[in-house]
Structure formats: C-alpha cells, structure tokens
Write a protein that binds this ligand. Structure first.
Ligand code: MN
Ligand code: MN
Length: 402
C-alpha cells in the first residue's frame, strides 16, 4: 500500500514548519532537508521573531574555492553577505611550505591561526623587519600598505583573515609577482641595477599562492636589519592572555589597548559553554562581524520597529549584527560554542542590557517594565558577557583549544 505523503514526511525525523501551538503546515513540496536541519530556527522561527531583518548569515561552505598548488582560499565579503560592509573575511589554508606570496593591500589585515603553524614576514616603511612563527590561537595584524607574506610550516595551516573593508577581495591585492610581470624589463633593470637578463625567468602572472620549500628554523631565516625590528609587535598570543571567566563561558578581548598595533580591528574570542548564553547586549561603536569556530549556536538580532530574527550558526559560518542592534547568542549544542566578535574599531565596546538597568533609577525601570522585586533585585552592576541558564550544570571540560 502506498504511504500518504504525510506519513512519508513524518517518517525519518524530517523537520516540518509547524510550531508547537499548531501554526504552520507540512512542507511537502521541493525542499532542501539538509539545510532545513541546519537551520531549525529559520524553518520554525521563535514566535517572538517578526519583520524584515535582512540576511545575517553566510557560510564559507557556500563560497568559491580558489585552489592552488600550495593551498586554497575562500572569502565572505559584501558580495556574499551584502549587509557586511565594515569587514571582509578570508579563510585560507597553506600546505607545508605553501606560500601566500609577498604582497600588500590598502586594507588592514587581522588574522588568527585555526590549525597548524605558519611563518609570517613583513617590512615597515622605515625598513624595520618582522618575522614570527604563528601557532593555533595566535594572531597577527598588518597595517594597511605594509608588505608581508605567510608560509605554512611542517604541518601546514589554516587561518582566518579579516580586512577592514567589506568590499575587499584577497584575489585583488598588490603582489610582487604581478608588479614584476607588469613592468618593462628595462625599468626592472634600472631599478635593481642589473642587466635585463636577470629577469629572464620571472613569473608572467600573479602567483597568489604557490608551493615552496618548507623553511628551516626561524633563526636561520632571520635577516639582520640595521634599522632594527618593528617597534610594535605584529603578532599576539591570544590564548596566552588573561582569560575573563563568567558563569556561562569565557572571553578574551584583543584591541589596541593590549595589542597596540591593532588600531583598525578589535576582536573578542568568546566561549559559550553548553547551557550558556552571550547576554543581551549591543555595541555602541560599529557593526559586528562574527566567525564561528566550533560548536553550534543561534543568534537573535533585535532591530527598530519591533523586528527580530533568529539565525543558526555552526563552524565556518559568518554572522553579522548591524551597529547598535540588540542581540544574544545561545549555545544549542552539547559542547562549547567558540566564535569571534570582530569590529572595525580600535576598541572592543559593548553595552549590557542588564548593567544598564542595574545602574538606572530603580523606580524608572520598575515602572517602565512593570517589573517586580524578583527581577529588580537580581540586576547586576557588574557586566557578565556570558550568562547561563538557571540550574544548568556543565559537562566536564575538554582540552580542545577551541
Ligand atoms: Mn595580506
Ligand atoms: Mn555582540
């Protein structure tokens, strides 16, 4: 006997756009069940969601992969996520010895290592050089216009790059090979004071990423510099810095106050433990660009005119929050949710709903929200960026870096 379509849909745990109160109906037509399973809060939005907030999510898995001998890159820019005008992100991997070639660009570059190790180099406008080996959880910052390179070490590497312009593309930078290829040989000859024959074998196009030899120890590659090294370190050990611990998770903030070179990009690495929530808050300085590193979560964004929308996120997703819009992020899984909050700013800044209320005259808050003493007495003058659900107890912690 043929099964009814309703029975077919009910079989196999296929999610349906039906709320517990009965609103909605089966989706029996064409559908992408895998995407529906990844986005339960889009298929069945919380009843408090409303209105026309634009898309605030894009997965690196939906982007163009630039594959090269030596590694790959893909990017989420304003072309993929139109609202994300302040920052653009590039996810890149390099093989052991793979090189992101000597290049520069108009934008500041902020990056964090996700897997493996790399060696980075740069030289500033005063001829002061910089070289460092970067491991998981370390970050680097190259000011706009400063030439630099990245090379995978023995185990290869993967990292996230963030640029302070949503329209940036890493495929559209100024590269050393490109400049050589587009300069007449007699000019190269004059510039370097050698015969044109010295340029017989130069690449005729931009290399972008190429396969090189795995470099030797750092000390063996260091170039003695008569002008010394850069005065402000271009790298920073984010996981080594002091951890801010809260009931629902941990926070590490890096901006120009503890990494002085990073004047155009500020970041917070946030861990939300199972049963935890990034508290209701907003940012008074700029839009927020997010990168989800591990775990699963959902964010609800609240905008003017009673609009609110919820998005589900997982590793490799980019999230976005327009300037000053209220938001909170819940861990929806059974492991820690790790993500980055990034801002085109010299400072990390946020406003806590709870702290605002705690520091406002009690009678005013009470009358405004018709709130009783239970809520008013619980308000905190101290900011807790990550809170947890009452009564929730955590699973044992693991030793995973993220
Ligand atoms: Mn770069
Ligand atoms: Mn935020």
């Amino acid at each position: 006997m043929k099964q009814s379509p309703y029975n077919q849909a009910a079989a196999g745990n296929i999610p349906q756009p039906i709320r517990n109160d009965g609103t909605g109906w089966w989706d029996l037509g064409p559908r992408d069940v895998l995407r529906d399973q990844e986005n339960p809060d889009m298929l069945v939005p919380p009843a408090t969601d409303a209105g026309t907030i634009p898309n605030l999510k894009f997965s690196f898995s939906d982007t163009y992969m630039q594959l090269n001998h030596g590694g790959w890159s893909r990017e989420v820019t304003v072309r993929q996520l139109p609202i994300a005008t302040t920052l653009a992100g590039v996810n890149m991997a390099l093989t052991p010895g793979g090189v992101r070639e000597l290049h520069w660009h108009q934008q500041a570059e902020w990056s964090i290592m996700l897997v493996g190790r790399a060696r980075i180099t740069a030289v500033d406008q005063n001829g002061r050089n910089f070289i460092a080996d970067i491991g998981v959880g370390d970050l680097w910052y190259f000011p706009p216009g400063i030439p630099h390179s990245i090379q995978g070490l023995e185990e290869g590497c993967e990292f996230l790059l963030v640029f302070d312009d949503g329209s940036f593309s890493d495929l559209n930078t100024l590269s050393i090979s490109d400049w050589f290829a587009h300069t007449p040989k007699d000019v190269l000859s004059a510039n370097f004071g050698v015969p044109e024959s010295a340029f017989a074998c130069i690449p005729d196009h931009q290399l972008y990423i190429f396969q090189g030899e795995i470099p030797g120890p750092l000390e063996a590659q260091e170039v003695p510099d008569p002008y010394g090294t850069v005065p402000l370190n271009f790298s920073h050990r984010l996981l080594a810095q002091k951890l801010l611990n809260f009931p629902g998770g941990t926070v590490r903030i890096v901006d120009s106050t503890n990494c002085p070179i990073s004047t155009r990009v500020a970041a917070a690495l946030v861990e939300i433990k199972p049963g935890g929530m990034r508290e209701m808050h907003w940012h008074p300085n700029n839009d927020e660009w997010q990168y989800y590193i591990s775990g699963t979560g959902r964010m609800t964004v609240f905008a003017p005119n009673g609009t609110a929308r919820t998005f589900d996120y997982r590793a490799g997703d980019v999230g976005y929050v327009p300037f000053a819009f209220g938001h909170y992020i819940q861990n929806t899984g059974d492991q820690s949710l790790w993500f980055l909050e990034m801002f085109k700013s010299d400072r990390f800044e946020d406003v806590s709903l709870n702290q605002w209320m705690a520091l406002t005259p009690r009678q005013l808050v009470q009358e405004n929200l018709n709130a009783g003493p239970e809520l008013l007495n619980a308000l905190r003058k101290e900011k807790w960026p990550v809170v947890k659900y009452p009564g929730f107890s955590y699973y044992p912690r693991t030793n995973r870096p993220f």
